[in-house]
Ligand binder design. Structure first.
Ligand code: 3NM
Ligand code: MG
Length: 519
């Protein structure tokens, strides 16, 4: 069989067809509009009807030259000479299925855990694996993980597959399945990459089968799959990124306000950074005016920075958090040095319990400390022994997959977008979406406030659309990535002109100004 195109894999379901259409019309619309492969999946149908339907669908796929895969029923596949079979973990063992099918038919196997993938690669008789469940789905009730594994779970399975494929002569391909639609297909494809090993496609049921306009649904999906947004291609110091440009325009148009309740060391620097990027800082610790700000100013966000905590400041933090939550305005939490002492961790816990953060931004040690709040987290063996913090600096070390899992768990537990800063920055949301943004330059570590003022920049990007038109997790994620891009590219560029901290600092502020005004 020629190289199979798995990129848009339609899996049928005859129980969700809209009133206005029929099963065959839906399938035909998908085939005619870009589905690259079809699986006929019927769970309650007589053998007679199954064979009949299989023949009809096969006519459509043959016309378009794409393979037809039959779910479970090897007899039906052989009877109509379909191109392949897809089996689940409870079906005929793959090795037996291969025997029955012969060497040339396509054989696919569903896997929900890395262990199941290990079996598939050991047996080495399958052509592809269907990895799921990515996101929560209503289509299949008996899935292993009803919540969905998110891209992180898929990555774990892909790692096993990648290890195998890197030495195997016969490659096993992969698609992800479960809850995939227009809004997440690109994320799934770009985030489920382990090294150079990627998914070959996405498998879709309801997003096409239940669509009022299945043709359009298929075309739209294909468009998303073929045109991943700029940020998902791995964010660097690119200054010509479309998403970023939109963010910067929003910033310039909205002139947002960033309310800081921050530490005494960085107030001046954070205010200057906020001004440089085109936003306005307010440094208020007067609770009586919080309500007026949060309710009266549309484009405002709050930065809560734990850098110099005190009992009185804790009361102010909590009050501000609750007021900003009440008006649905974004809050960026910077848990400075929260792992450095029990008392600080206690303050962090109290604040996380007191309200909802949109973004939690910290270095690795800080985010590891927060992770310990919500579970009996034991740091992976690769991290440093003992504490993760020296003063405000992180001394923890983790591998990239460990960092991503950690960030995801914190994002999930606190329903916030989590940013882990460092030489590489990671942005991860509660659904497992993640983006890496390269750090600016090591000289940023010589200037106090560069971490804290990233919080100001994130808040400014969030506040640019804080009037409600930019709600939703995806918006937050996007805004955070935009902020990190601008901030780090300014740092990177500054280091091209300055090699010592003092001149770097002025150059950095200049670049922030230029990066946000020259688009
Ligand atoms: N297998 P939708 S999830 C057929 O996790 C199937 O193995 C799954 O449907 C798995 O695209 C699933 O409508 C249904 O979410 C996916
Ligand atoms: Mg099955």
């Amino acid at each position: 069989m020629a190289q199979v195109d798995y990129s848009l894999y339609l899996v049928t379901d005859s129980t969700m067809i809209p009133e206005s259409s029929t099963f065959l019309k839906q399938v035909e619309a998908a085939i005619e509009n870009g589905a690259t492969l079809v699986q006929l999946r019927e769970k309650s149908i007589s053998t007679l009807d199954f064979v009949d339907r299989a023949k009809q669908v096969h006519e459509l796929t043959k016309k378009k030259g794409i393979p037809l895969i039959i779910n479970d029923r090897i007899d039906v596949a052989l009877a109509i000479d379909a191109e392949g079979v897809h089996i689940g973990q409870d079906d005929m063992p793959a090795t037996l299925a291969r025997k029955l099918l012969g060497p040339n038919k396509i054989l696919g196997v569903t896997c929900s855990t890395p262990e199941e993938v290990k079996v598939v690669v050991t047996e080495s008789v399958a052509d592809y694996v269907g990895l799921g469940t990515v996101y929560q789905t209503n289509t299949k009730k008996d899935v292993t993980d009803p919540e969905g594994t998110g891209p992180l779970g898929i990555r774990k399975m892909l790692r096993v597959l990648g290890d195998y494929n890197s030495t195997a002569t016969r490659q096993i391909r992969s698609v992800a399945i479960g809850g995939i639609n227009h809004s997440n297909a690109d994320k799934v494809l770009t985030q489920c990459q382990v090294g150079s090993h990627k998914l070959d496609g996405v498998a879709i049921v309801s997003c096409i089968m239940a669509a009022e306009d299945a043709a359009k649904a298929t075309r739209d999906l294909l468009h998303v799959i073929k045109n991943p947004p700029a940020w998902t291609r791995g964010v660097s110091h690119g200054t010509n990124n479309a998403v970023l440009r939109t963010k910067v325009i929003e910033l310039a148009e909205e002139k947002p306000l960033v309310h800081h309740i921050t530490n005494n060391v960085v107030k001046n620097f954070s205010a200057n950074v906020t001004l440089a990027i085109g936003a306005s800082p307010i440094m208020s610790e007067l609770p009586e005016e919080f309500e007026e700000f949060a309710s009266g100013i549309p484009n405002i966000a709050l930065v809560l920075n734990l850098g110099t905590p005190s009992e009185s400041l804790m009361k102010i933090f909590k009050h501000a958090l609750q007021v900003y939550n009440k008006y649905g305005k974004h809050v960026v939490f910077d848990p400075v040095a929260c792992g450095a002492s029990k008392a600080r961790l206690q303050c962090t816990k109290a604040l996380l319990n007191a309200g909802q953060m949109s973004v939690i931004k910290g270095n690795l040690g800080e985010i590891m400390a927060i992770r310990k709040l919500s579970s009996t987290y034991t740091p992976p063996a690769s991290s440093s022994n003992g504490g993760d913090m020296r003063g405000v600096d992180s001394i923890a070390k983790l591998t990239e997959p460990e960092i991503l899992s950690l960030a995801y768990e914190v994002a999930r537990d606190f329903q916030a977008v989590v940013v882990i800063t460092g030489e590489m920055n990671y942005v991860v949301d509660a659904y497992g979406s993640s983006v890496r943004v390269k750090g600016g330059n090591r000289l940023m570590g010589y200037i106090t406030g560069t971490g804290c003022s990233l919080g100001s920049t994130i808040a400014a990007f969030l506040a640019a659309k804080a009037d409600g038109s930019g709600d939703g997790d995806f918006y937050i994620f996007d805004a955070v990535v935009g902020a990190l891009e601008v901030y780090n590219s300014a740092g990177y560029d500054a280091a091209q002109h300055a090699s010592t901290p003092g001149s770097f600092m002025t150059q950095f502020i200049d670049n922030l100004y230029e990066h946000t005004s020259t688009y």
